[in-house]
Design a protein around this ligand. Structure first.
Ligand code: IZC
Ligand code: ZN
Length: 418
């Protein structure tokens, strides 16, 4: 079959092909790397992967041929945990934070998430869209082609819907694919401080009203925010309405978030800086993906999640930016990948697994993206790097040379061209 596009002369091609499930243990490190490779693309999908001479029949009159000049190619990166859509910023809390005031205390004083709730309510849909689009372009520039994006800065129906509608519009208009998550249970509004269970019922009422706009439901399960019991109640209802579920678990205090994720069949448990060993064992047994966010540890100046221990236990690990205006104001997935190695002690191959195929499973999109395989979307990054190790080793810079989204060149020689 003639291809629309062939990308030839790929020095190292990390296909991430393998078992059709989240990768665990040594599978995370044992990735397939093809040298002197090429990829054929037809109708936005990968149609053939080869090495050496390009086989007969692929190149026709209308086939474009791009030369990767011996560089490294990976699947488009996936950022499976972000708070992309929000109003305002929180640099006014930065000095407090670096002077040692805990994140959760800033929230208790009405700042933190509640401050962003105010800015998000005040912003129009267009303002939110334009701000999120700017961030999404930055993400794309780092090689990200799929992003999970949460609501959670409304805490009432209209603003939650406004955020989810921005997700929908971005998904339609921007080359990056958006996976939309309802996070109505992100903080307890001041007026429900004395009776948070009443607010839990309000969230449960919202579930059917935003179902068309969100695939996942998430809860910030944390001491002083939503308890394990409240989280269980919301997520079990969400499952009845057809949501897939995930949760912010054991970020600051070990309260049994990892255990709850295993119990209710969450696709992922996210953060896990304070996860217990028993929680990890249960996650491994129940195939819950650990979505680790080392940029948040760095930015909060706190401990890192025990990624090595999780991998040893057989928990599949994914990595995300957690891009948000409070605990992790960065869109830079490559910095997160570098922290994956330098702070979490994951090998570069494990890191790449965590931001491609395991990240794809954690947003339930592994049938379409996350690896370079015939039939999957031709979402690809050409890194200006001689091999995968180099991307983690040479830290603090953007290694992206170009990005293809469904076979279309969207970043060319570091410039956005869609
Ligand atoms: O705006 O602070 N952790 N939610 C839970 C966040 C961080 C986002 C924020
Ligand atoms: Zn988060």
């Amino acid at each position: 079959m003639r291809a629309d596009l062939i990308i030839k002369n790929i020095g190292h091609l990390a296909t991430m092909r393998g078992a059709n499930r989240p990768r665990i243990k040594e599978e995370m490190n044992d990735i397939e790397i093809l040298e002197n490779a090429y990829i054929a693309i037809k109708d936005g999908k990968i149609s053939y992967i080869g090495q050496g001479h390009i086989i007969d029949g692929l190149i026709g009159e209308n086939t474009d041929v791009h030369d990767a000049k011996g560089l490294t190619v990976t699947p488009g990166l996936i950022d499976p945990h972000t708070h992309l859509v929000h109003g305002g910023s929180r640099e006014n809390e930065f000095s407090l934070k670096i002077s040692g005031v805990p994140y959760i205390d800033i929230l208790k004083q009405g700042g933190g998430i509640l401050s962003t709730v105010k800015s998000t309510k005040e912003a129009s849909l267009d303002q939110l869209y334009n701000k999120a689009k700017k961030s999404l372009d930055i993400m794309l520039g780092y090689g990200v082609t799929t992003v999970e994006s949460k609501s959670g800065y409304g805490l009432e129906l209209d603003t939650e819907k406004k955020q989810l509608e921005v997700n929908k519009k971005l998904n339609e208009n921007h080359p990056v694919d958006i996976v939309s998550t309802f996070l109505g249970a992100h903080a307890v509004p001041k007026k429900y401080k004395e009776n948070p269970d009443e607010f839990v019922d309000i969230i449960i009422d919202m579930l059917p009203k935003v179902k068309d706009l969100a695939k996942f439901c998430d809860v910030f399960c944390e001491e002083g925010v939503f308890s394990v019991e409240q989280t269980r109640k919301i997520l079990n209802k969400a499952k009845e309405y057809g949501y897939k579920v995930k949760l912010h678990a054991d970020e600051i205090v070990s309260i049994g978030g990892a255990e709850l994720a295993a119990e209710i069949g969450a696709i992922s448990a996210d953060h896990l800086m304070a996860a217990s060993e028993e929680g990890m064992e249960l996650m491994a047994k129940n195939k819950v993906i650990a979505n680790i966010l080392p940029g948040t540890s760095f930015s909060l100046m706190k401990n890192y999640a025990e990624a090595r221990k999780m991998i040893e236990h057989g928990v599949p690990v994914a990595l995300s930016t957690d891009y948000n205006p409070g605990s992790c104001p960065t869109e830079n997935i490559q910095l997160i990948m570098q922290l994956g190695s330098l702070a979490l002690k994951m090998t570069p191959n494990e890191v790449l697994t965590a931001v491609t195929i395991n990240a794809a499973y954690s947003v339930d999109k592994a049938d379409e993206v996350g690896s370079i395989e015939v039939g999957k979307k031709a979402d690809l990054v050409v890194f200006d790097a001689p091999n995968v190790d180099y991307i983690m080793y040479h830290f603090g810079i953007n290694h992206t040379h170009s990005v293809y989204k469904e076979g279309k060149l969207v970043v060319d020689n570091k410039k956005i061209v869609y």
